[in-house]
Design a protein around this ligand. Structure first.
Ligand code: C5P
Length: 236
């Protein structure tokens, strides 16, 4: 994938309110191609948060992980695509093939449409937790199966953990987008993440985009932290 390192870096703006999110985004202008806005900030501040941050020039990954009946998810994806600046949106693959198809169709044919991604399995759930909701067997196998289903349904790619990237890349091919969180540069704290990889490892495994939150946003010098990650992406 011949993209500049900056275009491959997604910074997660996990803030409760718009002001601190905007301040952080301003500090990182030019270093991240995309900012990720999740459920907390979006629920508190709404589409204006997306619009205000998008005005800084980067794209937006609207990480709302829709999961509902096909018609409702299609409507939500359509509404997300209407917000200026949204480049990536996502839905839960566990919503099934028809739901994902509806999500893909909702934006098909639009001139500047966002890419629609599937979320396979929440990385917060281990094999035991998954078995309690009826998802049996090794999580990696199930994640690959859900990634294949996402592709079959017409989605553009998936959000994948660093440990799944290589297997999904093999199963779904070169053009399938892979957006990978759980990134920790060598020296930083794992925080609450357990299945982690360095930026270099994730890129080498086949990631298109890396999602990085706290290693950048909680760093003493977020620009320096972002630059280090960009250097690692460039040299991988
Ligand atoms: O701070 P940190 O780098 O751990 O942030 C990672 C971001 O990616 C968070 O916004 C988190 O919600 C998100 N994410 C994740 N694992 C997934 C999906 C999303 O960490 N499987």
């Amino acid at each position: 994938m011949a993209r500049k390192a900056q275009e491959r870096l997604i910074v997660a703006l996990d803030f409760a309110r718009l002001e601190p999110a905007l301040q952080m985004a301003r500090r990182l202008v030019g270093l991240a191609g995309i900012f990720k806005i999740g459920k907390q900030l979006f629920t508190a501040e709404g589409p204006r948060a997306v619009e205000r941050i998008a005005r800084l020039g980067a794209g937006i990954f609207l990480d709302l992980k829709f999961h509902d009946i096909p018609n409702t998810v299609a409507g939500a994806v359509r509404a997300a695509a209407e917000i200026p600046g949204v480049r990536l949106v996502n839905v839960h693959a566990l919503g099934g093939r028809e739901m994902m198809r509806a999500a893909a169709r909702a934006v098909a044919g639009k001139q500047r449409r966002p890419n629609v991604l599937g979320v396979t399995l929440l990385t917060s759930m281990n094999e035991e937790a998954l078995s309690k909701v009826g998802i049996l067997g090794p999580p990696l196998k199930r994640a690959v199966q859900l990634a294949r289903l996402s592709k079959l349904a017409g989605l553009d790619g998936v959000v994948a953990s660093p440990l799944e990237v290589a297997a999904i890349r093999r199963a779904c091919g070169e053009k399938f987008l892979m957006v990978v969180p759980g990134i920790r540069p060598g020296a930083s704290a794992a925080d609450d993440q357990s299945r982690i990889a360095t930026p270099a490892e994730a890129i080498r495994a086949g990631a298109d985009y890396l999602v990085v939150g706290r290693p950048i946003t909680q760093a003493k010098d977020p620009r320096a932290a972002a630059r280090e990650i960009l250097a690692e992406i460039s040299s991988s």
